[in-house]
Design a protein around this ligand. Sequence first.
Ligand code: PMP
Ligand code: GLU
Length: 405
Amino acid sequence: MIPISRIVHALEPSATLAMAAKAKELKGSGKKVYDLSVGEPDFITPQHIRDAAVVAMNAGHTKYTLASGIPELKNAIAARYNADYGADHGADHGAVEYGAGHVVVANGAKHALHNAFFATLDPGDEVIIPAPYWVSYAELVKLSGAVPVIVPTEENTGFKMTAAQFRAAITPKTKMLLLCSPSNPTGTMYSGEELGALADIVLEKDLFVVADEIYGKLVYPGNTFVSFPTLRPGLMDRTIVINGVSKTYAMTGWRIGWTLAPLHLSKKMGELQSQETSNPCSISQYAALTALTGDQGCVSEMLAEFTRRRDFVSERIKSIDGLSCPEMAGAFYAFFNVRKYLGRKLGGVQIDTSEQFCLELLTRKCVATVMGSSFGCEGYVRASFATDMDTLKEAFDKIEEFLKS
Ligand code: PMP
Ligand code: GLU
């Protein structure tokens, strides 16, 4: 038998994708499945973006590009960042301004994260990750030989790590802080002040930050998103921003994400990519270019629909006995507390863990969710509301029936 390497042997498969696969399998067997598992907008990619891909293909953009991405797209990514969060946004500390050289276009934000970790971490380096965290973070850090240091947070503080918790987790081996705001899986978001308190410690302790800002455009009315490098002078040199088109433009299948990072590091990540994958899909890059430079009305339209769903899901969770979740400020997930239902029987079956809860809910009621334990937080369940309202309504009726059984 061909042996599996130690590092890959220890790898956990993605729980979100595993639950989505289970849901698909059940659907394949002819069952009606209410799929709240994967975080993937249900909308088709907007027409003008799809059209741009056809035009690119027919214009012959079907060949290798620069491994780190086409210059037009890199320029557009930097320009959009600068326009949205740069100098003109009232920052009192001097401008954050990115150029094309700071950008590496990768095969999705997941791959951008891999590039970031692989290019900066050495075996034994510690990366502080507040939990609950997105399923792939800890595994991607481990793949680079580094050590994820998980800091548990609480529902009553919106699952946000405090400056005191951060400080307490730092050791001489700490190299990096990984932040995801708005958060997958909780939908909560750090305020500028909360991020500033963490940023001060980053500067004081000479640390680096990976700021996953992939949900930065999916922020609900009344909440303000702050991009990490803009918080304090000097953070641009210490931060790797992760972003992509998957969530904002409903482009999960196109596989375009990117890093914004200091020049020397971007150069190295580009070289890493030149050996590992070469360029991301040429046609997708042109589509992403149109997404970023074209009319942004599609983003507001999708956000308006996500807002309606967020309101519905939030109310529905409050209405069910024993369930609770913090208010979602962004992204499209509800992370709700099911502790009251653990350690007892539901429909005659003993349920002790969030995993048993989710598997039983899927088997008996055909509602697919993801267990909190996969996000490093037992006692909770994640429901993605990136699906249509009818599915959401029926799914939450089924969840309620399940809890009453
Ligand atoms: N970061 C977060 C927080 C996510 O939820 C996702 C969704 N899969 C990603 C990164 C990766 O996105 P993608 O690879 O589709 O660009
Ligand atoms: N980020 C999404 C999720 O958490 C997509 C699936 C994945 O890549 O893990 O469900």
